[in-house]
Design a protein around this ligand. Structure first.
Ligand SMILES: Cc1ncc(COP(=O)(O)O)c(C=O)c1O
Length: 385
């Protein structure tokens, strides 16, 4: 066990060992096994959906890719993604052969900016045969991917209205969103398709893994079919080019044990967030990213946004915390500044150019104790003095 205060490490204190042992003892170690169904069913219940409306996958990235395909995204289509996201969002689009169209982010919670989204669509698209197309490139706008950032939901109802106006399907990248709420609704209650990641650094983990969820059964069934090589009989017949993206029973065993503790973990993260909030609220040089007006974050990660006018260097703070064996770090580099995407269609995104130098993510593991958190807080406060 490291003596570092880490940013986000799993909290394995439930039935993880027992369930993994069961996998070994029963020989169910691959993609067939009772934990896969149990994990899918409990997930569906926890996010407010019915059984059969979730498909667990080998990663959140795989769930994104399958979701896009099931929603009808085709090569050379355009898919709208916010610039402030993990590169996996854009990569999933690229893997379908479509192209990310990179749009802007609001500066409060760093989720996609609905006003700018609406304006871009109004200015740059035209409608034909019930679909929207880009005026310059004539590409079809096949999907919008709003992203949960640090666990905060985007403004879903407003985005939905815009998407309806332009007839564009939505796929929610709620990779970091399990435990969050939008206007009191859990993820599955928004009547949208979406994904969650269970990577090792997430709120709960299955080692590596993800889930696709949707209230549209036909889309769920399509994702399930594609995820298991599009097999349609037990005589090795496949009716299209599918993928091997199913989750294994071992991953699901770990995921289930974690999911059983979700409520507790989210509660612990809420307390950690509240402690940071109490201490950082009055700092002039930075804001703690907190719940948006339209919902509750899962508080997957806590982050401070350093104000533009401030001259303090984030690298110095990272190094200072490091000298006390505390891990804090830079976060996502926006998509429009990333080598594979810098030439993609994009809005004017200047406000995000320096965002990476202004965001610091802080220790947020559920087991972070009060003494360690106070140490983190004191060092940051003394840095900004
Ligand atoms: C916003 C976002 N989307 C997608 C992913 C991809 O999930 P995974 O790592 O499970 O493939 C992540 C993972 O960190 C993420 O943060």
């Amino acid at each position: 066990m490291s003596d570092w205060i880490e940013i986000s490490i799993p909290s394995l204190r439930g039935k993880e060992q027992k369930y993994l042992q069961e996998c070994v003892e029963t020989n169910f170690v691959s993609s067939v096994g009772p934990f896969v169904n149990k994990f899918e069913n409990l997930l569906a219940k926890d996010i407010g959906l019915m059984e059969n409306q979730t498909v667990v996958t080998s990663s959140g990235s795989a769930a994104l890719q399958l979701g896009l395909l099931a929603l009808g995204v085709k090569p050379n289509d355009l898919v709208i993604v916010p610039s402030y996201t993990f590169i996996a969002t854009a990569n999933a689009v690229s893997h379908t052969g479509a192209k990310p169209w990179i749009l802007d982010t609001e500066m409060q919670n760093l989720t996609i900016d609905p006003k700018k989204l609406d304006k871009e669509l109004e200015l740059r698209t035209f409608k034909q045969n019930g679909f929207s197309f880009h005026k310059d490139t004539k590409q079809k706008i096949a999907c919008i991917i709003p992203v949960h950032v640090f666990g905060s939901p985007p403004d879903i109802e407003v985005i939905k209205l815009i998407a309806e106006k332009y007839s564009i399907p939505i796929l929610l990248d709620s990779a970091c969103g399990i435990g969050s709420k939008y206007r009191g609704k859990k993820l599955g209650q928004n009547k949208l398709s979406g994904i969650i990641s269970f990577n090792g650094n997430k709120t709960i983990t299955s080692g590596s893994g993800g889930v696709f969820y949707s209230s549209e059964q036909i889309i769920v069934d399509k994702v399930r079919h594609l995820s298991s090589t599009a097999k349609c009989s037990n005589k090795y017949e496949h009716d299209e080019i599918g993928y091997n993206h199913r989750m294994s029973n071992i991953q699901a065993a770990l995921g289930l044990a974690q999911l059983e503790q979700l409520e507790k973990i989210v509660q612990e993260k809420k307390i950690i967030h509240q402690n940071y909030k109490n201490e950082f609220n009055n700092l002039k040089q930075c804001n703690l990213i907190s719940d948006p007006p339209w919902g509750e974050s899962s508080h997957w990660l806590n982050a401070i946004l350093i104000k533009k006018s401030n001259s303090k260097n984030i690298e110095k703070l990272i190094q200072k915390l490091k000298s006390y064996r505390i891990r804090a770090n830079y976060f996502w580099k926006p998509l429009h500044l990333q080598k594979p995407y810098k030439n993609n269609l994009q809005a004017k995104l200047d406000s995000l150019n320096d965002i990476q130098e202004r965001i610091l993510i802080l220790p947020s593991s559920p087991k972070l104790n009060r003494t360690d958190q106070s140490k983190v807080i004191e060092i940051i406060k003394s840095f900004f003095k």
